[in-house]
Design a protein around this ligand. Structure first.
Ligand SMILES: [Zn+2]
Length: 213
C-alpha cells in the first residue's frame, strides 16, 4: 500500500482507518507509517546539525517530512515526550497523505505550529496537517462513542499530550453542541451520517463497548 492512494480521497483519515483495519486507540503511528511505506527516523539520525540545535534549545524543530532519494521519510525529535512524538509523526503523515511534500519538496522540515509559541500565524498547509493528525489520533466518532467529555480522558485514551488533547476537546465540544441541536431539531445524531464514518465506528465498536465509561 502506498500513501499516494489517499491524496484524492475526500476523507483521507476515515479511508486510512478502514483500509488499515484500525479498531482501537491509541492509534500506532509507526505501524501506519510502515503500512504506507513511509520510513520513520529521528532528527538525530538524519539531521545531526538540527539535533544539536534541538539539544541546545535553539530553533528547535519537532519533525519533518521529506523525500530522500525519492523515498518518503518522516523525521521526528526524539527529545520530546512520546505523546508529542506521536502527534509529530501523525502530523508529518498528514503532509505526505495530503500531497504537500510533492508540491513543495524543499519545504523539508516544518514545526507543527500547534505547539509554536508566540502567536505565529499558521499556514494552511500546517493547519491541514494538524487537523489530519488530530482526526487520526482522536477520531471524533470514537470519542463520542466512548463518551469522552474532558481533555484529561481524551489525552489518556488517545495517548496524546494534554496540550493537543485540550485543542481537540475544543473541537469535540462544538461537535457535541451540534449533536444536541441535531437531536432536538431533527431527531437524529450528527454523528455517523457518512458511510465511511459508520464503517470506522463499526470497526471500533468492540473497543468502544469494552472501554466506554
Ligand atoms: Zn508541518
Amino acid at each position: 500500500m502506498f500513501y499516494k492512494d489517499y491524496q484524492t480521497a475526500r476523507n483521507a483519515v476515515w479511508k486510512l482507518l478502514i483500509d488499515l483495519k484500525i479498531g482501537a486507540l491509541p492509534v500506532r503511528v509507526s505501524e501506519v507509517s510502515r503500512a504506507l511505506g513511509i520510513e520513520v527516523r529521528t532528527i538525530e539520525e538524519l539531521a545531526p546539525a538540527q539535533h544539536r540545535q534541538n539539544l541546545a534549545g535553539r530553533n528547535t524543530i519537532d519533525g519533518g517530512a521529506r523525500l530522500v532519494a525519492g523515498q518518503p521519510v518522516i523525521l521526528y525529535n526524539a527529545l520530546n515526550t512520546p505523546a508529542r512524538c506521536r502527534f509529530t509523526i501523525a502530523h508529518e503523515l498528514g503532509h505526505f497523505i495530503l500531497g504537500h511534500v510533492e508540491r513543495a519538496p524543499d519545504l523539508a522540515i516544518q514545526t507543527p505550529v500547534l505547539f509554536r509559541r508566540g502567536g505565529v500565524p499558521e499556514s494552511p498547509v500546517e493547519t491541514a496537517a494538524n487537523v489530519f493528525a488530530a482526526r487520526l489520533l482522536a477520531p471524533a466518532c470514537v470519542l463520542w462513542g466512548l463518551g469522552v467529555k474532558d481533555a484529561r480522558h481524551l489525552a489518556r485514551v488517545c495517548d496524546i499530550s494534554r496540550e493537543a488533547a485540550a485543542y481537540r476537546m475544543e473541537r469535540m465540544r462544538l461537535l457535541y453542541r451540534r449533536d444536541r441541536e441535531f437531536l432536538k431539531n431533527r431527531g437524529y445524531s450528527c454523528f455517523l451520517l457518512a458511510r465511511q464514518e459508520q464503517q470506522v465506528y463499526e470497526q471500533f465498536r468492540p473497543f468502544i463497548e469494552r472501554e466506554r465509561l
